[in-house]
Design a protein around this ligand. Structure first.
Ligand SMILES: [Zn+2]
Length: 490
């Protein structure tokens, strides 16, 4: 039974009865006006791992993500760069999808661009107008009247904006009924001249992408894009809504108001799963502080062999809803952990290959099955209890360290079992650990050294070890042969 902390009720709720094992999940995707940064990557990594885990457990997950390609920020940037707003959005959508791929995020079933759902958006706005939740401000647009929806504020426990909220400029109007009312449909400003509009259904006028609809020319507000998309795929109610904690207010609050008001059905979603913030050296990431790290830069300029794994390891080692404070030393630690796993897998492979080796007498290999079973149980218990990847990871490292103590005494079959189990858990985490590529030159030197050792020419053998070390590799003499690894120089 999987329990997840629901941000709305403040309780850990059962995701669904195990019998059903199908899940409709929506996670707020990017507003594509710039390159995504490390903060974004956290949310997408968390849900990638979450869905990998559920699917591994036999769940059928429909993981839907929107792409906000109509938005004030996009329009502003496009005007500055003298580009068409949708073209700019789709340029950054490509960059986003490339970064996602490079991060080994593969779980999303469907990406949905807001611009493809205009008819559905209009349908929702019309229902809200008809039911009295939406009102028109002449020359400005349709707005949601939060005073008509008494539950407004139930998710974030507030109805007022705070300085750090992610809000949209189009929500501003001095003619609004309540300060917190938000825009559903924005009219063009100034009006499109008839000779430009002609018989077209879509134009870009004064830098704004605009659609001709039954409620007039215009473009959608941010929040209604998401509920129109989710209602199309999932209907008015679904299982789990995810996203960064910074989107709770007003974005998610507005989503609840729109969908519950439109359908009259409660609750909009059964569970709200919010991911925590990512800080850089104790500071919030922001362009003004110049501590803004894009995913692209992180992956390209990294000192690590596999920076995507490093980032994933950092995410895994924190509970998803707690903040992460990114520091260079945190990344280094994550990389060390990855090296531990890599070394462990390679040693197991050495043991497996060495079938004819004499196993010391009296060694109990029957304990391995028990150890694996015990580890597996603890691993799943951790993930079932509010998707505690940090705990699950600790269980795996305990297992690795127990196995390492006896690794050279294992027979081939036991090593095989351990390898299979470890690889299975790494797959759930989405960690692809590739073996270190040892240059031929090093392999030749190691073989030469082995010959010296065989002939008891220890002085010569030792000289070679030193030479190999200068080339960046360290040797460990094991009962299964020489184990080669990179020199760890901090
Ligand atoms: Zn959203």
């Amino acid at each position: 039974m999987i329990r997840i902390y629901d941000s709305l009720s403040g309780k850990k709720l059962i995701v669904k009865k195990p019998k059903t094992r199908s899940l409709k999940l929506f996670v707020c995707g990017p507003t594509v006006y710039d390159l995504p940064h490390l903060g974004h990557s956290r949310t997408y990594l968390v849900f990638d791992i979450f869905v990998r885990y559920l699917r591994f457990q036999g769940w059928k997950v429909f993981y839907l993500q929107n792409i906000t390609d109509v938005d004030d920020k996009i329009i502003q940037k496009a005007q500055k760069e003298k580009k068409q707003p949708l073209a700019l959005a789709h340029f950054f959508e490509k960059k986003y999808l490339r970064d996602i791929k490079n991060l080994n995020i593969v779980s999303v079933s469907r990406y949905a661009r807001a611009s493809n759902f205009i008819p559905k958006i209009i349908k929702q706005v019309k229902i809200l107008i008809k039911k009295g939740y939406a009102y028109k401000i002449e020359n400005e647009g349709y707005y949601f009247d939060i005073s008509k929806f008494p539950d407004y504020g139930k998710l974030s426990k507030r109805t007022r904006e705070q300085a750090e909220d992610a809000v949209s400029r189009i929500d501003e109007s001095i003619k609004k009924k309540n300060k917190g009312d938000f825009c559903l449909w924005k009219f063009p400003k100034p009006k499109i001249p008839a000779k430009i509009a002609g018989s077209k259904n879509f134009v870009v006028y004064q830098g704004e992408p605009l659609w001709r609809t039954e409620i007039g020319w215009g473009r959608p507000g941010w929040h209604i894009e998401d509920t129109a998309i989710t209602e199309t795929f999932f209907g008015p109610q679904y299982d789990l809504h995810g996203g960064g904690v910074e989107l709770k207010f007003p974005h998610h609050e507005a989503e609840i108001a729109q969908q519950e008001a439109a359908s009259g059905k409660k609750p909009f979603v059964k569970i709200w799963m919010h991911t925590g913030l990512l800080f850089i050296n104790n500071q919030k990431m922001s362009k003004s502080l110049k501590n803004f790290v894009t995913i692209q830069d992180f992956l390209k300029k990294s000192i690590f062999k596999n920076p995507a794994n490093v980032l994933r390891m950092i995410v895994l080692s924190h509970l998803y809803r707690k903040p992460i404070n990114y520091t260079p030393s945190l990344a280094k630690d994550a990389n060390v952990s990855l090296n531990v796993i890599e070394e462990f897998l390679e040693k197991l492979k050495m043991v497996i290959k060495n079938k004819n080796r004499q196993i010391p007498k009296g060694l109990k290999t029957t304990g391995i099955d028990k150890l694996i079973k015990k580890t597996e149980n603890k691993f799943h218990q951790a993930l079932e209890d509010d998707f505690n990847t940090a705990q699950a990871l600790a269980v795996i490292f305990d297992f690795i360290s127990s196995c390492q103590k006896i690794i050279w005494d294992l027979n081939s079959a036991s090593a095989q079992k351990i390898l299979k189990f470890t690889e299975k858990t790494l797959k759930i985490f989405g960690l692809t650990i590739k073996p270190l590529k040892i240059p031929n030159k090093i392999i030749k030197l190691v073989k030469k050294r082995e010959l010296f050792r065989g002939n008891k020419q220890f002085i010569q053998a030792d000289a070679l070890r030193k030479k190999i070390k200068q080339l960046g590799y360290e040797l460990e003499d094991t009962p299964s042969g020489t184990f080669i690894k990179l020199t760890q120089n901090g």
